[in-house]
Ligand binder design. Structure first.
Ligand SMILES: Nc1ncnc2c1ncn2[C@@H]1O[C@H](COP(=O)(O)OP(=O)(O)OP(=O)(O)O)[C@@H](O)[C@H]1O
Ligand SMILES: [Mg+2]
Length: 216
């Protein structure tokens, strides 16, 4: 059965769609069967996806409605990974996606607003974990710091504050790199356009940690 990874935070612009597209591209590169569900009504992924382009093997399905859980379940038998990109606000579709997920990834830039959005999403997950669907099998999550400048104090500070309270934060970060928005113009990922480059290496590290966490 495929693993479901949902990117969620109520803060807009934290890097959900970028991370979704890039982890999908990485898993495709290593031979996995990957489907992306674009559950954001803005459709940032589906709008830029070129079914005849370099990511043609990636299956992208737009499903911004509450029936996203059925879409997830339909895809589970045919794909190794189903990646769900959600909107930058709380809605029923995001709740339904989270109920069906194996792992929630909560991206946050090192900024107060993004931390607030991440904590709000963590609270939402805690609420969902009290419902009958997830009471015996609580949603697992990891936060990830995005768009950080390597070696800057602010990212380290945000990380240590979160970790001190006990939040789970991936060690790997999606550093600020222009390669992401450049590749995104054509709906692509540095994992495809520059597989030996720094951004592709970052994504590989993120995936390695995610894979370890899922396997536990
Ligand atoms: N690591 C990065 N380095 C540089 N730019 C980035 C990085 N990650 C994302 N961006 C850019 O930041 C912007 C916001 O990213 P993205 O669209 O992925 O966020 P989002 O959380 O999906 O936003 P929304 O809530 O609107 O859906 C985009 O222009 C994207 O290209
Ligand atoms: Mg988005």
């Amino acid at each position: 059965m495929g693993k479901v990874i949902t990117l969620a935070t109520s803060k807009g612009g934290a890097g959900k769609s970028t991370l979704a597209r890039n982890i999908a591209a990485h898993w495709l590169n290593v031979g996995m069967r990957v489907a992306v569900i674009d559950a954001d009504p803005q459709g940032s992924i589906i709008k830029r996806h070129d079914p005849n382009g370099l990511l043609s093997k990636l299956v992208v399905i737009a499903q911004p409605e509450e029936i996203v859980d059925s879409t997830i379940n339909e895809l589970k038998t045919d794909y190794d990974y189903i990646i769900v990109d959600t909107g930058g606000f709380r809605n029923r579709t995001t709740v339904k996606a989270l109920i069906s997920t194996d792992l929630a990834i909560i991206p946050l830039k090192p900024s107060a607003d993004d931390v607030a959005g991440a904590l709000e999403t963590h609270n939402l997950i805690k609420e969902i974990n009290k419902t009958p669907e997830r009471l015996s099998n609580p949603i697992r999550y990891k936060m990830i710091i995005t768009m950080s400048q390597q070696g800057t104090v602010i990212a380290r500070h945000v990380r240590s504050e979160l970790e001190q309270i006990g939040y789970l934060v991936l060690k790997a970060e999606m550093y600020h790199r222009v390669a992401y928005p450049e590749a995104a113009i054509k709906g692509l990922s540095p994992c495809i356009t520059d597989p030996e480059g720094a951004a592709a290496r970052d994504i590989a590290q993120i995936i390695s940690e995610v894979d370890d966490f899922i396997a536990k």
